[in-house]
Design a protein around this ligand. Structure first.
Ligand code: APR
Length: 332
């Protein structure tokens, strides 16, 4: 998955580069810098001394020493001074400079902490939004696996109103599901969890074209449907898999295997990338043997975004992450 959010300790990440949220002197510090220097050993500080510091918004690279990562990219985020002192641009620049440096050193994977969101006081929800937006933009033009490592569980949540709206959406529909007759509930659950045979599909009435066309599409596999819809929308393959947060290798596999069975998060990610309305998204999931279930928070959150025609996969993942759900997208 090109962008993944994880709860972890960055010093344990097995990636080509970990990013250090450093101060301008680059000489150690507390927080994530302290943890990285302790784990890497004293040679890291010696190499940092020779670098002569680093300006806010820029980045410099050293070896990783005893870390599992090959490199440490030291970047300096802004100190939060209320938000009207160019903090957002400087923070975005810290992410971009680090990613550019990773490219130059041919890194295929990189892990970021939430820069500036500790000692430097940047509000965590806003720091996360800048991180996700900036990394998201970068990934539209480059192939890399980027981890955003969130350390402290309790302190973090997405913006208040969005969180409340999604929570209300889940609440309403969850209630629906639980007030269904037991038989309907049983069917919903079965639909959500079991791959379906092709004969069990929704009736042709749900399909918005003529009978001949509908019948000819019954034999279409998930992968064929995906490729057809990409063409119909005039997208390139790369535009589609990037918008889906799917890595290139996984996409090639799906493209070359017409019987490929994607996971539910992968199938949903493509429905989002193609900006399908809810009905068509349902149809696409059915091709992969899945359905949206109102007994699953994960499904309801994705449904919320599709119903609101917000197809930004990174924002959807931010919300899924805040509700402790798995994320959309996929990789090999
Ligand atoms: N792994 C991942 N994230 C971590 C870890 C860790 N081991 N330790 C701390 N964090 C998180 C914090 O919870 C915070 O959300 O990293 C984020 C960044 O916090 P800081 O390390 O305080 O970085 P920052 O706010 O950018 O301040 C930088 O602090 O240590 C000094 O020298 C450094 O002056 C610089 C300043």
């Amino acid at each position: 998955m090109p962008l993944q959010m994880v709860r972890s300790d960055i010093t344990t990440m097995k990636v080509d580069a970990v990013v250090n949220a450093a101060g301008e002197s680059l000489l150690g510090g507390g927080g994530v810098a302290g943890a990285i220097h302790r784990a890497a050993g004293p040679e890291l500080l010696s190499e940092c001394r020779a670098l002569g510091g680093c300006k806010t918004g820029q980045a410099k690279l050293t070896k990783g020493y005893r870390l599992p990562a090959k490199f440490v990219i030291h970047t300096v985020g802004p100190i939060w001074r209320g938000g009207s002192h160019g903090e957002r641009e400087l923070l975005a620049s810290a992410y971009r400079s680090s990613l550019d440096l990773a490219l130059v050193h041919q890194c295929e994977s990189i892990a970021f902490p939430l820069i500036s969101s500790g000692v430097y006081g940047y509000p965590k929800d806003q720091a996360l939004k800048v991180a996700v937006d900036t990394i998201g933009d970068f990934l539209m033009a480059h192939d890399m696996t980027v981890y955003l490592v969130v350390f402290d569980r309790a302190a973090y949540t997405i913006g208040g109103k969005l969180f409340a709206d999604i929570a209300a959406y889940i609440d309403d529909r969850y209630v629906d599901a639980h007030s269904d007759s037991r038989e309907t509930q049983r069917r919903r659950m079965a639909l959500a969890s079991m791959p379906m045979e092709e004969e069990e599909w929704a009736p042709a009435a749900a399909v918005p074209f003529g009978l001949d066309e509908a019948l000819s599409k019954l034999d279409e596999s998930f992968s064929q449907m995906l490729l057809r819809k990409i063409d119909e929308r005039g997208m390139t393959d790369a535009q589609c898999y990037k918008k889906a947060n799917i890595d290139r290798k996984l996409f090639s596999k799906i493209r070359s295997d017409i019987h490929y069975k994607p996971s539910k998060p992968t199938a949903m990610a493509f429905a989002v990338a193609l900006e399908l309305p809810l009905e068509e998204a349902r149809e696409m999931l059915e091709k992969a043997g899945f359905a949206f279930s109102h007994a699953s928070k994960f499904d309801l959150i994705v449904e919320y975004f599709i119903a609101h025609r917000n197809y930004n996969i990174f924002e959807i993942n931010e919300a899924l992450f805040a509700f402790d759900q798995s994320l959309l997208g996929g990789g090999m």
